[in-house]
Design a binder for this molecule. Structure first.
Ligand SMILES: [Mn+2]
Length: 340
């Protein structure tokens, strides 16, 4: 379905529902939280009762966002979360397209077979048959940009306010690495320009997102780069690994490794960067690339994951040593692509 068709139908469609639940993905990032909250505020303006559920806590650098106190964090209050889901007559998936991305919420979400669902997302490989309506475009920077387009269609004059603009800018800013990648068309800047010009203090938002490190977080970043980064010149690749003990040494807080994976890409000839971290019983991979090399394909083929061309994630159940080994072992088959 084209964007326009979704926009055009939206008001009439949504007015059929009384209790809308917005759900976003596990380990929510700026776009997950920003798009969900902006959509939530928009629904309230349309006179629709809405709730937002995220599977687990958001990183502390988002704690100041407008409306954040209204989000239900499922692993802290699953009873209420289930209550919300049971009462919902519509469930909206924002910034993910498959229930397997919802962590502990997964089971309860799968029980809601009779509740209609809609999708607003920019990830690949969505199974549209699960949804009664969808707004899905992989060539859009962020889910927040899609929500911004939806609201713009219905009139920024009427619906955009400081809270909504702030949430949307956080989502677009964080998913594009502060407007450095994943921008597919000039409309991204046009939309942001409109939101910035009248409603918000952009520099203040930028400061709140990027300049609120704890001392531990910055020292952990330094440690990652000086002690844990390996450069594999022949593959134009760099990887950083962090053990559970490393994270404990720096008193790791949720969000502290956010952005670490981007630093090796600052090196001129590096085309792919990977952060491998040991989390509760599982190894998490975060992949980034510059240019055409698709980390989505690599993550999908070898690490039970995927995402976007230049940003993807994955997981393995093994030790950290085995995870590093597994990563290094797949590189030869990508040598030609990485040397392009
Ligand atoms: Mn996103």
């Amino acid at each position: 379905m084209s964007k326009c068709l979704f926009f055009n139908k939206f008001k009439e469609f949504i007015s059929q529902y009384k209790h809308v639940v917005i759900v976003s993905h596990v380990n929510p990032d700026g776009d997950a939280v920003g798009s969900s909250l902006a959509f939530y505020f928009f629904l309230l303006k349309l006179g629709i009762d809405a709730k937002v559920i995220i599977p687990n806590d958001f990183p502390s650098f988002l704690a100041w966002m407008p409306g954040i106190e209204n989000i239900l964090i499922f692993d802290k209050n699953s009873e209420k979360g289930v209550e919300y889901l049971n009462a919902a007559d519509l469930i909206c998936y924002l910034d993910f397209n498959h229930p397997s991305r919802t962590g502990l919420l997964h089971n309860d979400l799968c029980h809601c077979t009779k509740t209609p669902k809609i999708l607003i997302d920019h990830h690949r490989d969505a199974d549209y048959s699960q949804f009664v309506e969808y707004l899905s475009d992989v060539e859009t920077s962020s889910t927040s940009e899609l929500v911004a387009e939806l609201i713009q269609y219905h009139g920024f004059d009427e619906y955009l306010d400081e809270k909504i603009a702030t949430c949307l800018l956080v989502g677009i800013m964080t998913d594009t690495g502060s407007f450095s990648h994943s921008i597919y068309h000039p409309e991204t800047f046009e939309l942001c320009g409109k939101m910035i010009s009248s409603k918000v203090d952009y520099q203040l938002i930028h400061n709140k997102i990027y300049n609120t490190f704890s001392e531990n977080r910055l020292r952990l970043l330094g440690y990652c780069i000086s002690n844990r980064m390996t450069i594999l010149d022949e593959y134009h690749t760099a990887y950083i690994y962090l053990t559970k003990a490393d994270l404990e040494n720096y008193n790791y807080q949720v969000g502290d490794t956010e952005g670490v994976v981007n630093f090796p890409l600052m090196i001129d000839n590096i085309k792919m960067a990977v952060l491998i971290t040991e989390r509760q019983g599982v190894i998490r991979f975060s992949f980034r690339s510059k240019g055409e090399f698709s980390v989505h394909e690599l993550a999908k083929a070898h690490f039970n994951g995927g995402g976007h061309t230049n940003a993807a994630g994955g997981t393995l159940n093994c030790s950290i040593e085995q995870a590093v080994d597994a990563f290094v072992k797949v590189l030869p088959q990508y040598k030609t692509l990485l040397n392009k």
